[in-house]
Design a binder for this molecule. Structure first.
Ligand code: NDP
Ligand code: TDO
Ligand code: MG
Length: 286
């Protein structure tokens, strides 16, 4: 099986390079080779590589910047995945795509399921929803894996931001009224590999994916403030962490207040379930 992996230097892309290795021949590309903002570049690379499977963790993930760059965010998150899926269709290939809790408005009080109707609050969420719909419209075998609050040992993420701020400041003020599940990029990659391993057979080069949307997040729940407290504790940083309401931390993009995703469908379908968020955080930080 030949796998084309986009965004190889991103948090999830980096971990996928390693995790997918045993499952096939991985052709991992970055923005220089495959520019998601450029449809011709997307088509050219896919036609040259001729993958059996496209795995697409590349995305425009700067949530606030997206508010002032909506066209670029839409090109990368909304339009590019559809072009990939159309090219996959011509090759008889399948696709694994990633999406976000930010497709929801956060007005629910119990975890969102795959049946809940998305209603994004910000440009990033709107463009990610458009990308989901574009992949679905192509009519190819696909998985859309929705995850949340991704962190890891490299790249731009909340864990690394807090570790930096904890060194610079004696006190951190962090919003405590946004609830979600911090998810380690490595867990997302390993779960993807486990799912994929169940979907390939030596008889056919193309994976037979159980097409659909699946939530894929760590178990448990916390707030950004709770996440910060755990980071500071694990780092033995001694920084004070003060809970604040979202209204005290104004940002260009509104965030959903509640964005827990129920991962039962993933467990039911593939027998895959991620550990508690704070257990993975300890492992990652160790
Ligand atoms: N980060 C998070 O908190 C969450 C992420 N997700 C989703 O999970 C997936 C993986 O996210 P994550 O690994 O955190 O993302 P990152 O921001 O860590 O990585 C994204 C990658 O996409 C690449 N990229 C951005 N623009 C382009 C472009 N125009 N052409 C080619 N490549 C581009 C980046 O390249 P470069 O390094 O050159 O910028 C980077 O390597 C995404 O679909 C994201 O929407 C879902 C929930 C939470
Ligand atoms: C740095 C900092 C942030 N915050 C708040 C701001 C914000 O409400 C919250 C989270 O901050 P961030 O901007 O890092 O998180 P954000 O970029 O909103 O993270 C999101 O990224 C996209 C890509 C996703 O798909 C989502 O699942 C989610 O992970 O923490 C504080 O309250 N104090 C602080 O000092
Ligand atoms: Mg961010």
């Amino acid at each position: 099986m030949k796998i084309l992996l986009t965004g190889k230097n991103g948090q999830v892309g980096w971990e996928l390079q390693r995790a997918l290795g045993p499952l096939g021949q991985v052709v991992a590309v970055d923005r220089q080779v495959l520019d998601l903002g450029n449809p011709d570049s997307i088509r050219a690379v896919i036609r040259e590589v001729r993958p059996d499977l496209i795995v697409n963790p590349a995305a425009y993930t700067a949530v606030d910047k997206a508010e002032s760059e909506p066209e670029l965010a839409m090109a990368v998150n909304g339009i590019a995945p559809g072009i990939m899926a159309e090219e996959a269709k011509k090759l008889g290939a399948a696709m694994i795509h990633y999406s976000t809790d930010y497709v929801f408005d956060g007005r629910k009080t119990s975890p969102y399921t795959e049946e809940d109707i998305p209603s994004p609050l910000n440009v990033y969420g709107k463009t990610k929803l458009a990308g989901e719909q574009a992949v679905q419209a192509a009519g190819i075998p696909h998985l859309i894996l929705r995850t949340s609050w991704v962190y890891g040992a490299r790249g731009k993420n909340f864990l690394l931001t807090i570790l930096r701020l904890a060194k610079e400041r004696e006190e951190l003020k962090i919003v405590a009224d946004q609830i979600g599940a911090p998810t380690w990029s490595r867990m997302i990659a390993e779960a993807t590999a486990q799912i994929l391993a169940q979907s390939v057979s030596p008889l056919t080069p193309h994976p037979s994916l159980l097409t659909g949307v699946y939530n894929l997040t760590a178990a448990g729940r916390t707030s950004w403030c709770g996440f910060t407290q755990a980071i500071v504790e694990n780092a033995q940083a001694g920084t004070r962490v003060m809970p604040i309401p979202t209204s005290d931390y104004p940002l260009p993009a509104p965030r959903p207040l509640f964005s827990l995703l129920a991962s039962d469908k993933l467990a039911r379908t593939f027998g895959v379930a991620l550990p508690l968020w704070d257990e993975s955080l300890k492992l990652c930080m160790a």
